[in-house]
Design a binder for this molecule. Sequence first.
Ligand code: NAI
Length: 283
Amino acid sequence: MEIKNISVIGGGTMGNGIAHVFALKGFNVNLIEMNDELAKKALTMISINLDRQIKKNIINETEKSKTLNNIKAVVGVENIQENTDLVIEAIVENKDAKLSVFNRLKAIIKSDSIFASNTSSISITELSSSSNRPDKFIGMHFMNPVPVMKLIEIIRGYETSDETYNAIKDLTLRLDKVPVQVQDYPGFISNRILMPMINEAIFALMENVASAEDIDAVMKLGMSHPMGPLTLADFIGLDVCLAILNVLYDGFNDPKYRPCPLLKKMVAAGKLGRKSGEGFYKY
Ligand code: NAI
């Protein structure tokens, strides 16, 4: 099956980026949000990010208007285009919320369409259980910011077929991105390695081993990381980091993944990083 029509559920940080990159490559994109205001906000973000690409001479004005014309924003999953070939879910990192979306979609979307989730850590096999098509269910884990980052981690659930994997791998290449095949284990590869590092940086801060700036400086200047772990945590969102650590902790039953108490406290206080205006740094 040729994939032409893409539906993205959720137009937040990741969803609007995913809609952006598909529309830029000429796909018909349906972007589904919860209400009109959020749908408009997602389209505005895409327009701002396309302007960034114009400034950097990556695209021109004509490509920008073509891209925006390829995106139709709609409110509510019940209004999704029925002829969609691929659904990419990018709503909050919460298993029950995601299961409920796939449960509703399976009655609307034709049975040969592929369902993908952009989850950072939740089991693809578990999510596929409510989809009536576990062989056509897959993880398509984009990196933030989506228009800039090259990698897509493709996660195979227990029953994901070779046909589905190959279709998503080809699609990744059509987006000029690089696919990496990963099996379905908690945190996949990216977050299984990244989150323990971020968590350890937060423990070091909590124990006053060094200041946030100095912890970040060690990893930036000493290890050549493009940004320090605490800056990165603020960028990802501290609530997202905590949700992923909880999945790792529950999934492996191993105390090495226990979320740092300081991270829990900051999330409880609403200090979520960039998106709330304050995390380890003020914005
Ligand atoms: P976000 O909170 O920025 O966006 C989620 C969006 O989904 C919101 O705009 C919300 O209104 C919408 N939404 C929620 N329920 C919906 C529904 N039933 N129908 C339509 N829209 C709905 O979250 P973000 O950061 O974009 O994360 C989305 C997913 O991507 C999560 O699973 C997250 O773990 C994953 N992810 C996040 C990364 C990051 O750096 N933030 C990186 C890679 C993956």
